[in-house]
Design a protein around this ligand. Structure first.
Ligand code: C2E
Ligand code: CA
Ligand code: CA
Ligand code: CA
Length: 279
């Protein structure tokens, strides 16, 4: 029995060693990727539920690897958070997204908005506020068109400090959205304390429309509650017409999902906006 345990721990150590080496290697690669401009941003349209117009976009980071192709954030954002590279990557995303948004607003004369995901790790650094404000000045974008998507997380050094940051972001004139609501750590207490305008319903609940009566009940209650406290509601992961109809009937304000568009590179978004402008 003892022996078995020892073998297990040796095996564990070797495995952890191997994994540590691998992620060290990947952190190096990621550092190089940042330097050589392989970090790119895709944009997913956010659709106004009533008019079906494009109201804005969510910026979603991508790693354009020269050999491996596009690497999705699920694979490198956690590593970026652990290594601290998320501060640089996050800033890159804010800069690129704000620059694109300004160009599109000017070219199409539309009051488009841009939602940018903030990692809880980014909120542990006080310099974030100065950097956002620098980007706003540099690009000439109006702060009110920049929205930051946040999740509640155990990764905050202190929830109190995070709340201070949230208020500073709002004081700058930007808006906040609570992402992935209904899963993980986002709680009702969070909803009360955070100066957010929008609540994003996690795609799990959208996926289960018509499939899980329990999830449907939670979805209905969430939408009802969000409306009562005066929040806008974005439903994400909308893939089917029946999901759209259900959510529209319940009073969702905005949709995101493959039914409308996948996240796309800036040039593809411009093609879509060009087409819409001609109608
Ligand atoms: P998220 O913020 O919840 O983003 C929504 C994810 O759902 C995106 O995955 C998007 O491509 C995907 N999605 C959108 N519509 C549909 C749909 O109809 N069906 C399905 N199945 N999926 C849909 P993505 O781009 O791979 O991003 C994954 C996560 O990575 C994001 O989840 C977010 O937590 C994180 N992330 C992405 N970009 C950034 C970033 O710039 N900074 C930080 N800190 N995190 C980011
Ligand atoms: Ca998001
Ligand atoms: Ca989400
Ligand atoms: Ca998510």
């Amino acid at each position: 029995k003892l022996n078995g345990k020892n073998q297990y721990s040796i095996y564990r150590t070797e495995l952890d060693g191997e994994q540590a080496k691998q992620s060290e290697e990947m952190v190096k690669n990621l550092e190089q990727a940042i330097e050589s401009d392989q970090i790119d941003v895709y944009y997913q349209p956010k659709i106004d539920a009533k008019t079906e117009d494009i109201a804005g976009f969510e910026a979603l980071v991508r790693w354009q690897h020269p050999e491996l192709g596009i690497i999705s954030p699920g694979l490198f954002v956690p590593l970026a958070e652990q290594s601290g590279l998320i501060h640089k990557i996050g800033l890159l995303v804010i800069e690129k997204a704000a620059r694109c948004l300004k160009a599109w607003q000017t070219r199409y004369e539309l009051p488009l908005t841009m939602s940018i995901n903030l990692s809880p790790i980014q909120l542990n650094d006080n310099r974030l506020i100065d950097r956002i404000s620098y980007v706003i000045n540099q690009t000439g974008i109006q702060a009110k068109y920049l929205d930051f998507e946040i999740t509640e997380s155990e990764k905050f050094k202190s929830v109190k400090d995070a709340l201070v940051m949230f208020n500073r972001i709002v004081d700058m004139g930007c808006t906040l959205s609570i992402d992935d609501f209904g899963t993980g750590h986002s709680t009702l207490d969070y909803l009360r304390k955070i100066p957010a305008k929008t609540l994003k319903i996690d795609q799990v609940f959208v996926k289960n429309i018509g499939l899980s009566p329990d999830d449907e009940a939670i979805l209905d209650a969430t939408i009802d509650m969000a409306k009562r406290v005066g929040h806008f509601i974005v439903a994400e992961g909308v893939e089917t017409e029946s999901q759209r109809q259900y959510l529209s009937h319940k009073g969702c304000d905005y949709f995101q999902g493959y039914l409308f568009s996948r996240p796309l590179p800036a040039t593809k978004i411009e093609d879509i906006l060009d087409q819409r402008a001609q109608i």
